[in-house]
Design a binder for this molecule. Structure first.
Ligand SMILES: *[C@@H]1O[C@H](CO)[C@@H](O)[C@H](O)[C@H]1NC(C)=O
Ligand SMILES: *[C@@H]1O[C@H](CO)[C@@H](O)[C@H](O)[C@H]1NC(C)=O
Ligand SMILES: *[C@@H]1O[C@H](CO)[C@@H](O)[C@H](O)[C@H]1NC(C)=O
Ligand SMILES: *[C@@H]1O[C@H](CO)[C@@H](O)[C@H](O)[C@H]1NC(C)=O
Ligand SMILES: *[C@@H]1O[C@H](CO)[C@@H](O)[C@H](O)[C@H]1NC(C)=O
Ligand SMILES: *[C@@H]1O[C@H](CO)[C@@H](O)[C@H](O)[C@H]1NC(C)=O
Length: 939
């Protein structure tokens, strides 16, 4: 009796110790659990399991994607799922800490929310690291995806990959497996759970705390029935049998089983389609005390293959035995345990089994690249919190789906590396991320159209960079020698950084590296990029190595300010003054979508070039109509023209980047079959030339206020060009036939075929061939071949004289002293006899003060010495003043008219004496006007 008591005590102590140990184990185990409830508002402990759940706001803080779950059962009331939306992101990952070398189980649970169910098909993959592990079908009420892996790193990603519909998740659990060894430490594969069945259990699923590793043992009944066994169904049995050894399965799971006198059959027809390898683990516990070795013997068949003959649970004397098998299956699984009838007394039993699919571990992106790109992301995030592109960067940069803006290549040891990074137009600011230079395999880097500041970080000599595009930012500093020396570098674009020093280092080799040299033209489509390459190669030294630098100082304005004519407190007269003009704000830093039309489309639009509306040096211009009804002017390069390729490329490049309401926009182009065609909107009111002294002028006189507003519009368009993105674009062919009017009589400057970037300080090389149109040509440019924006100013001055006088700039049918408009008008203006030069058809229709202002501007523009000519921006201000004066006068006249008063003729003329700028002390180029009149390029 005492012994009995003793043994009871000892057993109780044992029990206590055991339960204490179990408690300790489970508490400790739970500490290593990561249990995430997506969209939960706070941490909470679930009473049924004592598992502590944390919200996922550490990974995703946005609550917009949170959705209540109201179905399928009330248990979920108040619970939420997270739905991931976003057009840039291709995957959404949860990054969880792990201990390298340890085995883990990770499990995502996907329940649908109400809105999820209403959308059509939702189908998305889930991955562990970059290894896809399962597919979630939104049509299923609840999906669990579980995998087992050995940590190769200090963290693991669990990712939802964009499929069809928006992916969603309810909860995510990470469990260390401690002593359990599913993979034996192997890192070459991931196991995907297919089934984990607590055979014979008719109650609740078993999980933590019964299973300290929180595996979920399903009380699955659906796998049992088999038509064969319906007559004598297997018996669910349970017992309180115990074992003294540690088992891989909780005792409670082993304590239920199925038992049959002949055979047990377990069928699963829902395995993945395709040849996969599977691991099967079987767990047996003999709980009939009296059964001895050799009394329960059975064969184990998997998919009709006998994998194990004569299996005896008691073979090694223990009541507990495990069996593990590997097999290949495609779609279905048949486990059959058959009694060995001649040897065995009892039929087979089964207590639990697990089926895991073996998936090869997919190699992640090159570790160094991952570290670097993560650093790049962190550096960018400092100044760009909430940036959409950065926000979409989650998980591995290249796999299974590549990040927005990245291109990866698989060539290095089967591990992808980042070869291209395109962050253009991503709204990024701050300095360029310094780590970016450490992307060892990066070949193309595009950071254009952002607001990056600071300097270009130094690339190491080992960099494999081929092309670098930094256009349209606000970078400072200059191109370093180390960058130019990179062995592979072939393309360098840094234009449109107003504060960037464009000087190239001495080791710059233009044969090896193509630069845009400040070119702001768009290179968006591959087509136009090719165009630029061709253009720059063809243009070569011509484009970028121009001898003399021009300083953008408005000497003339300085004088005007001194004369009190310009508003005080104007723009600071620094070299960069031109950059601070308000018009710079108008610049649209966007790649503009210019259409590439087919020749067939052009032929249809122009009705096979039926209506010729003009001819120029470039070729012919036809009228056409696009399918959407828009009227267009189609400029076709003449087939005979030997020149023009360069102009075509040039115009295409410029027009694609330049947009202003006073410039004719380019709608599209066509490059098929050696044709060079540009498509513009049709300007229904024709050209200024035609309106002043062409056919249209005979029908209706262009009144003075309209002339003035056209002049102002054209001046604004040219101002935009001259200040374009901090680098001046020179039109080179300003003339009245290139100033067109739309249906509102709003002026638009056309024909950029000869436009060029202004040469800058430091440009060196051969001089330009002189271009332009006789009568408009700047004599200084003609004699020195030294191009500047002031050459456009001269031509514009001639246009103003045309507007004032209604005369063509050059007419050899007039008396010899009137051939040149400039030479004819000058003496009259100097003698203040402007009524002599004013177009007779507008006589009396103008306010004298307004006219005087325009005349003065025109005179200043046609100064032989370019330094004395005003800048376009000054001209705009003068013309604005003139227009205000004119409009006020018109209002005044109207009010007088309404009283039956006099007409405009009565306005008193104001006598003005023209103040001429002093003669320059330098030797005047003393241009021979007749030389200038000789057209170098007859048009
Ligand atoms: C949860 O913990 C409490 C207190 O520690 C304990 O009383 C309760 O039995 C536990 N519940 C489960 C399901 O383990
Ligand atoms: C994931 O976690 C690891 C370690 O905690 C960290 O180094 C890594 O930067 C994290 N990655 C992301 C994307 O948060
Ligand atoms: C998703 O589930 C629905 C309903 O169960 C089924 O009809 C559909 O074929 C499934 N889609 C895939 C791709 O498995
Ligand atoms: C899931 O991944 C597999 C390859 O692992 C792919 O074939 C399938 O198209 C993916 N499904 C979806 C919906 O993304
Ligand atoms: C399952 O396998 C057993 C043994 O090979 C076989 O007798 C039985 O017909 C199979 N069941 C099914 C449904 O294929
Ligand atoms: C410039 O580059 C070309 C092509 O890479 C090369 O052939 C040439 O020798 C280089 N010139 C100089 C001066 O380095």
């Amino acid at each position: 009796m005492m012994g009995g008591f003793d043994s009871w005590i000892s057993r109780s102590v044992e029990c206590l110790i055991l339960s204490f140990f179990l408690l300790l184990q489970s508490t400790c185990a739970q500490q290593a659990f990561v249990s995430i409830r997506c969209c939960a508002e706070s941490t909470f402990t679930e009473p049924s399991t004592n598992i502590s759940w944390i919200p996922d706001d550490g990974w995703y803080s946005n609550t917009l994607g949170c959705q209540n779950i109201n179905k399928p059962v009330e248990n979920y009331q108040g619970d939420k799922i997270r739905i991931f939306k976003g057009d840039l992101a291709k995957k959404w990952c949860y990054n969880l800490s792990t201990t390298k070398g340890h085995e883990y189980l990770i499990r995502g649970t996907f329940l649908f929310g109400d809105s999820v169910r209403t959308s059509l098909a939702i189908l998305f993959n889930v991955s562990i690291g970059v290894t896809p592990i399962g597919l979630v079908n939104g049509s299923d009420d609840s999906v669990e995806v579980e995998g087992v892996f050995t940590a190769r790193n200090h963290h693991i990603d669990f990712c939802l990959l964009k499929g069809t519909g928006d992916p969603y998740i309810y909860k995510l659990e990470l469990r260390p497996l401690n002593v359990l060894k599913y993979l034996q430490g192997g890192t070459s594969s991931v196991l995907k759970l297919v089934k984990r069945v607590d055979v014979g259990n008719t109650g609740e699923d078993i999980r933590y705390p019964v299973d300290p590793n929180d595996r979920i043992w399903k009380a699955e009944s659906s796998s049992i029935p088999s038509s064969l066994l319906e007559k004598t169904p297997p018996n669910p049995i349970s017992s309180s049998a115990n074992v003294s050894i540690t088992t891989a399965v909780p005792l409670q799971v082993l304590q239920t089983a199925l038992n049959h006198s002949e055979r047990l059959e377990f069928l699963h027809n829902d395995l993945d389609i395709g040849e996969y390898n599977y691991n099967l683990s079987l767990y047996f516990l003999e709980f009939i005390e009296s059964v001895d070795t050799g009394q329960r013997v059975f064969d184990i068949y998997i998919n009709n293959v006998r994998k194990q003959p004569d299996f005896d649970i008691m073979a090694d004397g223990s009541k507990y035995r495990e069996a593990a098998f590997r097999f290949t299956a495609n779609g279905s699984f048949n486990l059959t345990l058959v009694k060995v009838s001649d040897k065995s007394l009892f039929g087979p039993i089964c207590n639990a089994y697990e089926i895991l699919q073996v998936r090869p571990w997919v190699q992640e992106t090159n570790g160094e690249d991952v570290n670097v790109i993560m650093k790049v992301k962190d550096e960018l995030l400092k100044k760009n919190q909430g940036n959409k592109v950065l926000g979409s960067w989650s998980g591995d940069p290249c796999l299974p789906l590549v990040w927005h803006g990245l291109i990866c290549n698989n060539s290095i040891n089967n591990s992808p590396v980042i070869t291209e990074l395109d962050l253009s137009s991503s709204g990024l600011q701050g300095s360029l991320p310094a780590s970016i230079v450490k992307l060892a395999y990066l070949e193309k880097l595009k950071l254009s159209d952002n607001k990056f500041t600071g300097v270009i970080p130094e690339f190491p000599a080992s960099s494999m960079l081929i092309s670098l595009d930094l256009r349209h930012n606000d970078l400072m500093g200059k191109i370093q020698e180390s960058l130019i020396s990179l062995p592979q570098l072939a393309m360098l674009c840094f234009g449109c950084n107003p504060h960037f020093d464009r000087e190239l280092p001495s080791n710059f080799n233009s044969t090896k590296v193509t630069t845009d040299y400040g070119n702001c033209a768009d290179q968006g489509s591959s087509h136009s990029a090719q165009g630029i390459l061709i253009g720059t190669v063809a243009g070569g030294s011509f484009l970028f190595t121009i001898a003399v630098g021009i300083v953008f100082v408005c000497f003339y304005r300085q004088k005007l300010v001194a004369r009190g004519k310009f508003h005080e407190g104007g723009y600071p007269l620094t070299k960069n003054a031109v950059f601070s003009l308000p018009s710079i704000d108008d610049i649209v830093f966007k790649s503009i979508d210019i259409q590439n039309f087919t020749l067939e489309y052009i032929e249809i639009a122009t009705n096979k070039y039926k209506t010729l509306i003009g001819e120029g040096g470039f070729g012919s211009v036809y009228r056409g109509t696009l399918p959407d009804g828009q009227e267009v002017a189609v400029k076709v390069r003449s087939a005979t023209s030997t020149q023009g390729t360069r102009e075509f490329e040039n115009e295409l490049n410029l027009l694609s980047a330049i947009q202003h309401e006073n410039l004719v926009p380019l709608l599209g182009y066509c490059c098929e079959y050696d044709q060079q065609i540009l498509v513009y909107p049709f300007m229904s009111n024709g050209s200024l030339q035609d309106r002043l002294y062409g056919e249209a002028a005979k029908r209706k006189t262009l009144d003075w206020p309209t002339r003035l507003s056209i002049a102002l519009g054209a001046a604004r368009g040219l101002t935009y060009l001259h200040t374009f993105a901090g680098r001046s674009v020179i039109h080179r062919d300003v003339k009245s036939s290139n100033i067109l009017m739309d249906h509102n009589m709003s002026a638009k400057v056309a024909d950029f075929g000869f436009s060029k970037y202004a040469p800058q300080e430091g440009d060196s090389g051969v001089s330009l061939e002189v271009r332009g149109t006789a009568g408009y040509l700047d004599p200084e440019y003609y004699s020195t071949q030294h191009l500047s924006a002031k050459s456009d100013v001269f031509s514009y001055g001639v246009v103003l004289l045309e507007i004032i006088s209604g005369r063509e700039p050059l007419n050899i049918h007039r008396p010899r002293n009137e051939w040149s408009l400039v030479e004819w008008a000058k003496p009259y203006i100097r003698d203040s006899k402007i009524e002599e030069i004013v177009d007779p058809s507008i006589k009396g229709g103008y306010h004298a003060e307004a006219m005087w202002r325009v005349v003065e501007v025109a005179l200043a523009c046609i100064e032989p010495y370019s330094a004395y000519r005003p800048c376009m921006v000054d001209i705009v201000r003068e013309l604005e003043d003139a227009l205000i004066i004119e409009n006020n006068a018109s209002e005044y006249m109207k009010s007088i008219d309404s009283f039956g008063g006099s007409n405009r003729f009565s306005i008193e003329k104001i006598e003005r004496k023209v103040v001429l700028p002093p003669t320059p002390t330098l030797t005047d180029p003393s241009p021979d006007i007749l030389q200038a009149l000789t057209p170098p390029q007859p048009r």
